[in-house]
Ligand binder design. Structure first.
Ligand code: SAH
Length: 381
C-alpha cells in the first residue's frame, strides 16, 4: 500500500491477531504458546522492542529480528500540550507519514464513550473542570483511521489534506499503545475511553478499523462499550457495523437538518442522503441501554437557526438517540464562523424541550489545534 518494501521498514507484529501470531511461531518451529506470549507482549504489555520480551528465548527474538519483524509501536514525532491538559500527538508511521492522536484527560463533556448515563454526562454548556471522583482517571483518546480524509466536509480542516492512505490495523492500535506508554496509563486498571474521531473516515477503512477494535478489546482490554466510532454517513457500512458481534458505539455526523443544507456542507450527502442515512440509523440494532449519537457542528448563520433545530427534532423523533452539539472550531481557511453561545444554547433548548437528550461538547485543546475538525498535522505553533 505505501509502496515501501518490507526489507526497508520491517514488518510490524502489532496488528497481527492471536491466530496470526500463533501461525508465525509454528512456522519457525516454535511451540504454539509463543503466539500467546507475543500477543501479550504486544497488546497487554505494549513492549517497544523485541529484545525486551523476556518471556521469549533470546534465540527466537533474534530470529524474528533477522526475518525483518519489529514490534511496530509508532514513534511520537511531536507532542503539543494545551492549557486545558489536552495533548495532541503527531505520530510517525514506518513509511514517514504522520497522523494525529489526541489525549483528553477528562473527556470532552459530550462523548464519554464509556456507557455512562445521560444524567452523569449532563453539564452546563461549555463549562470546564474535572468530573468524577478525585484521583480516578477517566481519559479519552481520539484516534485517527486514515492519513488525511477523502470525505471533503466543508467545515473540517482534515479535508484540506485530501486522503493519502488507509491506516493498517496495527497503526490504529499503535496510536493507542504509543499514547498509553507516554501517559503511563494501563487499562483495564485505569479507565480509558476511545473515540474513533480523529483524522479520516473509519467506515472508508472498515476492515482495518474493525480488526483494530477486536485487538483493542481482546488484547489491550478496553471494553467495547468504552469506544465510540463516528461516521460521516457511509450508509452501507452502517448496516455492516450493526451486524458485528463486537463493536464500539455509533455516532453519526449529521451537521445539516435537510438535504439542501447537508449537501452544501457535506457533499457526500448527494450519494447517501438524509432519507437513506436516517433509515439506516433507525434500523441500527442497539444493545440494551445503548443510544445512538448524532453530532451536529453549528455554523453561525448557516445551520444554527431555530427552524433547523426543529428539523433535527423531526429527524430524530422516536429514536433512542442523543445529540451532541459542537460549536465550530474555527480557522482562517474555513468560510464559516463560530456561533455565539446564546445561539448554541437556544438550539440546545429546542431539542431538549422535545425530549431529545442534547449536550454541548466542550472544545478541548483549541489552542494547540487539537479540537474536533482541527487535525491537519499543524507543526508551527
Ligand atoms: N469522519 C468521521 C470522523 C471524524 S469525527 C466523521 O465525520 O464523523 C470529527 C467530528 O468533528 C465530526 O462529527 C465532524 O462533524 C466534527 N467536525 C469537523 N470539523 C469540525 C470543526 N471545524 N469544528 C467542530 N467540529 C468539527
Amino acid at each position: 500500500m505505501s509502496g515501501v518494501s518490507n526489507s526497508v521498514i520491517g514488518r510490524s507484529l502489532l496488528g497481527l491477531t492471536l491466530e496470526e501470531l500463533t501461525g508465525l511461531a509454528l512456522e519457525s518451529g516454535q511451540p504454539s504458546y509463543r503466539g500467546q506470549q507475543l500477543f501479550d507482549a504486544l497488546y497487554r504489555q505494549r513492549i517497544e522492542r523485541l529484545d525486551s520480551i523476556s518471556t521469549l528465548p533470546a534465540q527466537y527474538r533474534a530470529q524474528l529480528g533477522e526475518a525483518g519483524w519489529r514490534m511496530g509501536i509508532p514513534a511520537i514525532a511531536r507532542r503539543f500540550e494545551s492549557t486545558d491538559g489536552t495533548v495532541r500527538y503527531l505520530i510517525e508511521l514506518a513509511d514517514g507519514e504522520t497522523v494525529e492522536t489526541v489525549w483528553m484527560p477528562e473527556g470532552d463533556g459530550g462523548e464519554a464513550g464509556d456507557g455512562s448515563e445521560a444524567g452523569e454526562e449532563m453539564e452546563p454548556p461549555l463549562s470546564g473542570g474535572a468530573r468524577g471522583q478525585a484521583g480516578r482517571r477517566r481519559a479519552t483518546i481520539c484516534v485517527s483511521s486514515q492519513v488525511g480524509c477523502a470525505v471533503n466536509c466543508k467545515f473540517c480542516f482534515t479535508a484540506l489534506l485530501g486522503v493519502k492512505r488507509n491506516l493498517e490495523a496495527g497503526e490504529i492500535v499503535g496510536q493507542i499503545a504509543a499514547v498509553l506508554r507516554d501517559q503511563g496509563v494501563k487499562p483495564p486498571l485505569e479507565r480509558v475511553n476511545l473515540v474513533f474521531m480523529g483524522m479520516g473516515e473509519p467506515f472508508l477503512n472498515y476492515d482495518n478499523f474493525m480488526k483494530a477494535v477486536r485487538l483493542l478489546v481482546d488484547g489491550v482490554a478496553i471494553p467495547q462499550v468504552r469506544m465510540t466510532v463516528s461516521t460521516a454517513g457511509i450508509v452501507p457500512r452502517i448496516y455492516d457495523f450493526g451486524q458485528e458481534a463486537v463493536r464500539p458505539k455509533l455516532a453519526i455526523s449529521l451537521n445539516g437538518s435537510n438535504d439542501k443544507l447537508r449537501s452544501d456542507v457535506m457533499p457526500l450527502n448527494r450519494k447517501w442522503n438524509l432519507e437513506m442515512l436516517m433509515k439506516a440509523a433507525r434500523e441500527f440494532p442497539l444493545r440494551a441501554r445503548e443510544r445512538l449519537t448524532f453530532e451536529y457542528v453549528l455554523l453561525q448563520g448557516v445551520n444554527d437557526f431555530p427552524e433547523q433545530a426543529r428539523e433535527v427534532v423531526e429527524l430524530v423523533r422516536g429514536m433512542r438517540a442523543k445529540v451532541n452539539l459542537i460549536a465550530l472550531n474555527p480557522g482562517a481557511e474555513l468560510p464559516y464562523r463560530t456561533p455565539e453561545q446564546e445561539r448554541v444554547g437556544a438550539f440546545q433548548k429546542i431539542l431538549v424541550a422535545a425530549g431529545i437528550p442534547t449536550f454541548v461538547r466542550r472544545p478541548r485543546g483549541r489552542d494547540i489545534f487539537a479540537a474536533c475538525g482541527q487535525l491537519k498535522r499543524t507543526v508551527e505553533m
